[in-house]
Design a protein around this ligand. Structure first.
Ligand SMILES: Nc1ncnc2c1ncn2[C@@H]1O[C@H](COP(=O)(O)OP(=O)(O)OP(=O)(O)O)[C@@H](O)[C@H]1O
Ligand SMILES: [Mg+2]
Length: 382
């Protein structure tokens, strides 16, 4: 018996439908355009960052059955750039057009309980956790896991929203009242040495490639810096890549997958969460690798080959979070070693909401340069 051949790639000129209008869709559409593909962005908001650079756009709710059917008829394949697209939206599209990744990865990635259980069933280590549906379950969870602990909503969290750190038993009732009635998860507080993440891309033929693991630092619960490569022992970096690759295969994913992990002081890695899409901690790859995460995602989705390539530079990426760090863009634009990316969210002189990601800047360094620096943050843009 011969192995079935993978489907041929969609030819350039085909249209990729992207659910979600944010910067991840924008940068995917730009990467797709370079390879000759058109992107059709579907999102509820008009003039979103993605729509500004798309060949076609649909402004409609994710629940609009008629708009979804017209979208499916207008595109050759569908992907998503936002993991809180309702699973029912992909369920409606899947009989009409290939969806990559499929709804299974979306469903798991949307729900922290499903995600933790999936990590465990895939042999990916995680910290201790408990499902919480009542104050009694929360108190039992605290008794089992100890304090401090982190209580999180299972769905719709981002940038640290929908979370509470519990330090004393008295914190439980107020945190539960604030986050309920949503289903919750209680996690043991992990005293990590570093936060790291790794990104894999998996093709229609099952090929998996990975990018170097990076260290992520947060400011005010928002990603501030990604340091590429993470300054960790080689075995840890290799394990981070192996874990995200294993997860991509276990999910039968087609596209890009990011895995956020905690590195313990003893060198163990514990998975925190995943995102079945390009990820903020992979933005450095756009400039430091010949094929970055967005092009890898596009390649996977249209069925093009995924070459395993090395990093060509060390890199430090800084998010430009509005309006303060965004104001530095003219200076960053003038720095020869810095690659600047702005997302089109600020029109004219109009200000931007605090905490909104408006762009990012990546400082490119010679390979090996980070290892010579006591603290990589000293090399960050800004
Ligand atoms: N169990 C934990 N122990 C220690 N710190 C934690 C724990 N869970 C979360 N954190 C801290 O809070 C940050 C945000 O948590 P998490 O990634 O789960 O939420 P998020 O809202 O999806 O954030 P983001 O959108 O930035 O990924 C983590 O990067 C980490 O710094
Ligand atoms: Mg996170």
């Amino acid at each position: 018996m011969s192995t079935p051949l993978p489907p041929p790639p969609l030819p350039p000129g085909s249209t990729i439908g992207i659910l979600g209008g944010g910067q991840l869709g924008r940068m995917s559409a730009l990467a797709a355009a370079r390879l000759g593909y058109r992107c059709h962005i579907y999102a509820p908001e008009a003039d979103s960052p993605g729509m500004q650079v798309a060949a076609a756009r649909t402004v409609a709710p994710y629940e609009d059955a008629g708009a979804l059917a017209r979208f499916a008829a207008a595109v050759n394949v569908v992907t998503f750039e936002f993991e809180n697209v309702p699973a029912a939206t992909l369920d409606a599209l899947a009989p009409l057009v290939p969806c990559r990744p499929g709804v299974a990865a979306l469903r798991i990635g949307q729900d922290r309980l499903a995600e933790k259980a999936f990590f465990e069933s895939s042999g990916i280590p995680v910290g201790p956790w408990r499902a919480v549906h009542s104050l009694a379950e929360l108190e039992a969870g605290i008794a089992a896991l100890g304090l401090p602990a982190v209580l999180k909503t299972t769905r719709l969290g981002y940038d640290g929203r929908g979370q509470a750190v519990l330090r004393r038993p008295e914190d439980a009732a107020a945190a539960f009242a604030r986050l309920a009635p949503h289903p919750l998860i209680l996690e043991a507080f992990i005293p990590f040495a570093k936060e790291v993440s790794a990104i894999a891309a998996r093709g229609v033929d099952g090929t998996v490639v990975t990018f170097d693991a990076v260290e992520n630092r947060h400011a005010h619960h928002i990603l501030d810096l990604s340091i590429a490569p993470a300054q960790v022992p080689p075995a840890v970096a290799a394990q981070a890549r192996a874990q995200v690759a294993a997860l991509a295969t276990a999910l039968d994913l087609v596209g890009v997958l990011a895995l956020e992990m905690f590195l313990l002081p003893d060198g163990r890695l514990l998975a925190n969460e995943m995102a079945p899409r390009p990820h903020n901690s992979g933005h450095w790859t756009m400039d430091a690798c010949r094929i970055g995460q967005f092009e890898m995602h596009v390649r996977a989705v249209v069925g093009l080959p995924l070459p395993q390539l090395g990093r060509e530079h060390d890199a430090v990426m800084r998010n430009l979070v509005g309006p303060d760090s965004y104001a530095a863009w003219p200076r960053l634009a003038a720095e020869p070693g810095v690659a600047l990316h702005l997302y089109g969210k600020v029109q004219g002189t109009e200000g931007a909401r605090p905490g909104r990601k408006l762009g990012h800047a990546t400082r490119l360094l010679p390979l090996g340069r980070l290892a010579e620096e006591a603290d990589a943050a000293a090399l960050a843009p800004l």
